[in-house]
Design a protein around this ligand. Sequence first.
Ligand SMILES: Nc1ncnc2c1ncn2[C@@H]1O[C@H](COP(=O)(O)OP(=O)(O)O)[C@@H](O)[C@H]1O
Ligand SMILES: O=C(CO)[C@@H](O)[C@H](O)COP(=O)(O)O
Length: 500
Amino acid sequence: MKYVIGVDLGTSAVKVILMNEKGEVCNEVSKSYPLIQEKSGYSEQDPNEWVEKTTAALKELVKQFNGEVTAIEGISFSGQMHGLVLLDGEKEVLRHAILWNDTRTTEQCQQIYSAVGEKRLLEITKNPALEGFTLPKLLWVKQYESEILEKASVFVLPKDYLRYKMSGQIHMDYSDAAGTLLLNVADKSWSAEICDLVGIDKSLCPPLVESHELVGTITESFAAETGLAPTTKVFAGGADNACGAIGSGILTDGKTLCSIGTSGVVLSYEETKDRNFDGKVHYFNHGQEDAFYTMGVTLAAGYSLSWFKDTFAKDEAFESLLEGLEKVPVGANGLLFTPYLVGERTPHADAVIRGSFIGMDASHKRIDFARAVIEGITFSLNESIDIFRESGKTIDTIISIGGGAKNETWLQIQADVFNAKIVKLSSEQGPAVGAAMLAAYGSGLFNSLQECAEVFTAEETSYEPIPENVDKYQQLFKLYKDVYEKTKDLNEGLKGFRKN
Ligand SMILES: Nc1ncnc2c1ncn2[C@@H]1O[C@H](COP(=O)(O)OP(=O)(O)O)[C@@H](O)[C@H]1O
Ligand SMILES: O=C(CO)[C@@H](O)[C@H](O)COP(=O)(O)O
């Protein structure tokens, strides 16, 4: 029997998963790490902590494995997107990584528009300048920490750094490079034009590869540390949302994914590079060669729920926090929540907006708040579904993955709010499964990712929309959408009072 490992370097934790060639999950290990948030709008992590935690997780996985380690054919990666990791000439980390949910770069987004032009930027990168993307972060470092940028020899994304520490090789795959705002998405090449216009040296951009491409084997020292065989092949891997799509079988037109991790994503497969969404949703290269996907992003999806738990129920598990969730009626007894804890991306690209609870009543209990948080996150994702439906897409079935897919009531709420059938797979670890699939396909165990998906993905259960709830949620969704406009100015006024 042959095996593969998928590593999902998420925002809250790294998850490593061992799968056999029959597509069975043999073992999973997860290790969490914190966000470093020094100021309002800032979000960083220490890249070496990713390496430490992944090494520990792999060591545990290998220790618990009964077979021959040489039967583990290969390893691949799924990574939180956009985070800037700067390396010096010796490939040492120059500063903490600035993450996808860090919104300090509004000024740099304006600089990009002035230098490149909104229309040209969209033509080349297929995306607008958003605070979360990598280029604005590079320009922020250039402006405020120029001595650091001067020392940099290359920039990479989170899972690229991890892969480098395991294999000694520096690369970036197209699906992750698409989120830097420096890639010509249709041509699959770094844009010399954008680099020149914004004043970034193109030599800082790493070599590009396909997600399933073999980039080397693990180093002797990494093998010694983890117990893996030094012959273990290393495959490039992809952006976590691309890998989530692969791991959920989103490999043909007409398929839609909802992923609730720290962020929340609604993603749709695109066969071609030339559909036009005017930048309303992100348009990126898939981890499947020459395919694409579009997606809308809620910045604080699962993060809103973990913020709520950490603030009001610190020592409790999610299961105990959410006990009785199904007994609270639709609409949380008149309580609405907007999940704008760190600003928002889709449909409001707004770094200043913050969240609200509207309608607090003396009768409300903690579980009403928890239900409102979950409903608010789901409404936010429904705004992305609206954009897709307005573009003519039929969305009647959605595969749901991520930590948010662990709770049954939340899955039913998704069916009712989205007015679509929700499918839960046998593993909610879509990105890790997708990474394992890239290793399985890359090492030749399958002839295509689709063939691999037939073996590696399985539906566990599904949730149908309940018409009475759909109707109530449609009324509530109108009220939810109003909250953004009505709290926008208030948040501009509050901005000066935030932690700086
Ligand atoms: N038992 C649970 N019930 C509901 N939501 C959960 C549960 N466990 C985790 N979550 C949600 O999942 C999120 C983490 O999802 P995950 O996919 O692991 O994130 P990431 O990939 O960003 O690290 C948490 O922020 C939390 O909101
Ligand atoms: O910024 C985006 C996508 O554009 C996020 O989806 C990140 O890729 C982080 O993902 P999770 O840690 O929430 O899975």
